[in-house]
Design a protein around this ligand. Sequence first.
Ligand code: GZL
Length: 330
Amino acid sequence: MWRDLFCRPLLAALLGQIIFLSACAATQPREFISEKPTKGYEDLVVGFAQIGAESAWRTANTASIKGAAEQLGVELKFSDAQQKQENQIKAIRSFIAQQVDVIGISPVVETGWLDVFQEAKDAGIPIILVDRRADVPDDFYVAYIGSDFEEEGRRAGAIMVDLLHGQGDIVELVGTVNSAPANGRYSGFRAIIGAYPEMKVIASRSGDFTLAKGKEVMEELLQGYGPGIDAIYAHNDDMAIGAIRAIEAYGLKPGQDIKIVSVDAARPAFEAMIDGKLNATVECNPLLGPRFFEVALKVANGEPVPRWIKSEESVFFPAEAAAILPTRKY
Ligand code: GZL
């Protein structure tokens, strides 16, 4: 009897309270719930420290990043460092001062980033490496979006073995010294040709990924080695085109007297293959803009992202160059 008098009304009151509170929670606007509001692309402010405009690849990479920002409505603060590390460091400090949501960078070289990356970490601003890696502790960046440069070097090495039938003297045009692509392409190439004692790299000089420097270095190497050069391994197409011009000026036929293998698969490489002056190009994809902002948005919203978003890449040869050239996006 006394339970009925006492318990039922109490139970009814408790039930009413539970219903009322859950109704409140369901109707409360998100900002009053402890979660942080999710950002959209149009809320995102991103700083990108680009290396420069040294090659056709870099031009395409910049166009991809700027184009994606515009298409998505992201506020992009973009800096061109003219291939100088100190300018990239200044750019990162400027992005920190402006309190951007995320910083992207293609580090011109692998080392010398610890202090400024620490400053970004202390400011709570995540860094995404795009295109090139940096030699920093894992917790100094949230993701790397880019290629496997060692694999690119291995692919170039395998092509060179075929072209030279396992024997010949090779000249190497190296990219920017101490950059991740130059280091990876250098070691990957040697991992393959090292199994062929009759294949020798007789000279390895940096052309800094530019056409002009590649031509200049090739002119010097032709003076030193001349017809003794069986093949060239160029770490990018721009240096390969510079070498082609030097070989022609020297009086030899590029692609025939001297075989040439390069990396990037930019349009000028396809044109050189169609002209019979280049024997192969290993693809390195510069069109990283959309993926960069996709990852940046997830990071800004505290969502997990893979540590390495790896580019899918191929290799191209003269026989298919004319058919493929119209389809190339860079
Ligand atoms: C590779 C990229 C390199 C290209 C060059 O991912 O960093 O820099 O191979 C470019 O053409 O200059």
